[in-house]
Write a protein that binds this ligand. Structure first.
Ligand SMILES: Nc1ncnc2c1ncn2[C@@H]1O[C@H](COP(=O)(O)OP(=O)(O)OP(=O)(O)O)[C@@H](O)[C@H]1O
Length: 291
């Protein structure tokens, strides 16, 4: 059957611990029912951005569905940025931070309903030294945890707990200067989070005022915490205490590490050590289907 209504499904075959066969079956079934012409792309880890970009240009889909983690979602978002094409998320990564913020539970049934539903919002992104962050990026403690977890060959809760303890023993606070149009903050920090959203994938709410569509992002600056409190936060057992963290809503900021380089991660992907970050909001970056 010929159809003008096209859907592109992008699947990361290696992400998370999720059986992609079920996803294929459900998407094929749903697109048949709704009369969509379906195209499928499985990522290879090599030149995926260029290939997806070309497919989007040629196919002109109404929706692009992504079954993968935050890395694959960011990649696809880049290919449909500033367009009316709707991004449908089928959570299938290891952490699924973005999906959690959109209220997606992880069930395929719910994801399908949402991805083909008629509710969507246009979300902002944050540009950090030229890279795009859709969710939460940070320097300091959590970025070191992301690095340690990526470097370790264990997975699952036990592996996470072990890396968390190692991270707590290795981490050192750093001196930071943050310059925004609201003034200059100079402080010792445990972590500085550049937050477009509200919650980490663990469910910890670190930015309760976060709104992905408001034209602002938040800088969440946490100072020294004690060992137990920090462990609870990393493990996802408690939210940040407002007494020891400062939150500023901005459109632009310069972040400088004054005494040493700090570990840096974007949306769950470790990016190395940095001393200087230039950040600014990119309004209306991508349209996402929501519950
Ligand atoms: N076929 C493939 N083989 C190997 N690596 C791949 C393949 N397809 C994509 N990748 C890699 O997968 C990474 C993106 O993974 P993604 O973020 O989707 O899942 P994840 O890491 O399991 O989940 P999360 O981001 O939620 O932790 C990229 O580094 C990309 O290069």
């Amino acid at each position: 059957m010929f159809s003008e209504r096209k859907v592109l499904l992008v699947v990361n075959p290696i992400s998370g611990d999720v059986n992609k066969d079920v996803i294929f079956e459900r998407v094929i079934e749903k697109t048949n029912e709704e009369g969509y012409d379906l195209r499928i792309y499985s990522t290879t880890g090599d030149h995926d951005l260029e290939t997806i970009q070309e497919m989007v240009t040629n196919i002109k889909p109404e929706r692009v569905l992504v079954a993968g983690g935050d890395g694959t979602i960011s990649l696809v978002a880049e290919t449909i940025r500033h367009s009316e094409i709707i991004l449908g998320i089928i959570p299938a990564g290891s952490a699924n931070g973005l999906s959690a913020d959109f209220g997606l539970s992880g069930s395929i049934d719910q994801a399908m309903e949402v991805a083909f539903g008629d509710k969507s919002i246009c979300i902002d992104a944050v540009s950090i030294n030229g890279d795009i962050s859709l969710h939460l990026s940070d320097i300091g403690l959590n970025a070191l945890l992301v690095k340690n977890y990526e470097d370790s060959d264990t997975r699952g809760k036990m592996g996470y707990a072990r890396e968390m303890l190692r991270t707590l023993s290795e981490h050192e606070n750093f001196e930071v200067r943050i310059t925004t149009d609201k003034g200059v903050i100079e402080t010792e920090a445990l972590i500085v989070i550049i937050a477009n959203a509200q919650k980490y994938g663990t469910g910890v709410s670190i930015n309760p005022i976060g709104d992905m569509s408001d034209g602002f992002f938040e800088l969440v600056i946490a100072k020294k915490l004690d060992f137990i409190e920090t462990a609870k936060i990393l493990a996802g057992n408690t939210d940040f205490n407002p007494e020891i963290m400062q939150v500023v809503s901005v459109q632009k900021a310069t972040i400088e590490c004054l005494d040493k380089e700090a570990h840096f991660q974007i949306d769950g992907e470790y990016k190395g050590m940095v001393k200087h970050l230039e950040t600014h909001i990119v309004k209306g970056y991508v349209r996402v289907a929501i519950p």
